[in-house]
Ligand binder design. Structure first.
Ligand SMILES: NC(=O)c1ccc[n+]([C@@H]2O[C@H](COP(=O)([O-])OP(=O)(O)OC[C@H]3O[C@@H](n4cnc5c(N)ncnc54)[C@H](O)[C@@H]3O)[C@@H](O)[C@H]2O)c1
Length: 254
């Protein structure tokens, strides 16, 4: 039996960051397919433009703009544009992050601060800029965390600290803005995107074998979870960290 995709975001506006590729792009397509007007943003302006064009080609409503999430000034301008475009902001997907592997004793100050700035400071900047519009709409924020927030891997101290910070921040914000804005995070496991471009096939196969689902994730797996958390289906869900990792985090390491 074919089940029609629900249109949970008709009349709603979503702003997505780091949406020129991977998980962000898949989420833009998913929300647009369910009726949202999507503002596709990325530091890669050309990539954001391409994704917005693809959404429009598929019959969706999209606009694009450059947004470097580490810039509070660019945040203010992007949120203002989203507001003037449709008059509202219902969904914010904060998705930027990068993992530059290095053991703690090999990580210099710049490496540490750059990762925290991109993955965690950016969340604070985005929330601060968007709260007024989200409050008015009774909106929802979904932040892309990582399985690294809950299990240890060698070589990712700054990335794990940033993602763990996101998960704690979500609980704080959910209480702070209770009854006005819902905040949740999604914790992907291994998802095949540009982040995995240079991973050897052998490592990918090993990771899939350690994943109870028996495969690596695809961006659409995460987009589906973001759409759920952003939708009214999750009206009673706030302050949560949802693992979407094919069971990787609950399996033994062997
Ligand atoms: N792919 C995985 O296995 C995986 C697992 C867990 C968590 N994640 C998280 O998912 C999120 C998306 O990752 P992805 O795998 O889709 O990666 P991706 O490489 O496909 O996309 C990342 C995007 O971030 C953009 N970006 C980089 N710096 C930016 C900045 N300063 N401002 C705005 N955009 C910027 C890039 O231009 C790119 O389009 C990240 O937060 C990542 O940590 C990914």
């Amino acid at each position: 039996m074919t089940v029609a995709a629900p249109a949970r975001f008709t009349g709603r506006t979503a702003l997505l960051t780091a949406a020129a590729s991977g998980i962000g792009a898949a989420t833009a397509h998913r929300l647009a397919a369910e009726g949202a007007s999507v503002m596709v943003t990325d530091v890669d302006a050309e990539g954001a433009r391409r994704v917005a064009e693809e959404v429009r080609a598929g019959g969706g409503r999209a606009r694009d703009r450059r947004l470097d999430v580490t810039s509070p000034g660019e945040w203010a301008a992007a949120v203002a544009e989203a507001g003037s475009w449709t008059g509202r902001l219902d969904v914010l997907h904060l998705n930027a992050g990068r993992n530059l592997p290095a053991a703690a004793h090999e990580l210099d100050d710049t490496g540490w601060h750059d990762q925290l700035r991109l993955s965690l400071d950016s969340v604070f900047y985005g929330v601060r800029a968007a709260v007024p519009l989200l409050r008015t709409a009774g909106g929802a924020v979904v932040i892309t965390s990582s399985v690294h927030a809950v299990i240890g891997f060698k070589g990712f101290p700054a990335y794990a600290a940033a993602k763990g910070g996101i998960d704690a921040l979500v609980r704080q914000l959910a209480v702070e803005y209770a009854g006005q804005i819902r905040f949740n995070s999604v914790l992907p496991g291994a998802v095949v995107t540009a982040l995995w471009a240079e991973a050897p096939d052998e490592y990918k196969a090993q990771t899939a074998a350690r994943t109870p689902a028996g495969r690596l994730g695809v961006p659409e797996d995460i987009a589906a979870a973001v759409a759920f958390l952003a939708s009214e289906d999750a009206a009673f869900v706030t302050g949560q960290n949802l693992l979407v990792d094919g069971g990787r985090s609950i399996s033994s390491q062997e």
